[in-house]
Design a protein around this ligand. Structure first.
Ligand code: HEM
Length: 80
């Protein structure tokens, strides 16, 4: 049976920005990744990009591909 990830709303995600809470979450293509322990997302910021939101449309601005997400397991799904 497929493992069901918990769903979170955009509002719930928005607080996980490393400022309003110590947790740092980023949504990408419908999935939510926990970046709390990444040195690259220190205090919720990543090269002018804030966590706590869906950054799918921003990947084109990055010097890297979406491959950077591969080493992280999604912790949830973004509720539509
Ligand atoms: C626009 C400016 C951006 C710059 C200059 C930038 C730069 C970098 C660099 C240098 C790394 C580490 C090297 C690597 O793994 O290739 C990295 C990792 C990463 N980036 Fe970006 N990035 C940008 C935007 C974004 C965006 C928009 C996202 C999300 C959609 C993103 C997600 C990630 C993730 C998840 C990692 C892996 C972090 C880790 O391994 O701890 N980046 N980025």
């Amino acid at each position: 049976m497929e493992h069901e990830l918990p769903e979170y709303t955009e509002r719930q995600l928005s607080l996980k920005n490393g400022q309003d809470s110590p947790e740092i979450w980023v949504a990408y293509k419908g999935l939510i990744y926990d970046m709390t322990h990444s040195l690259k997302w220190y205090r919720g910021m990543h090269y002018h990009h804030w966590s706590g939101q869906d950054l799918t449309d921003e990947i084109d601005k990055a010097p890297h591909s979406e491959q950077v997400f591969l080493k992280f397991l999604p912790i949830g799904k973004l509720k539509k």
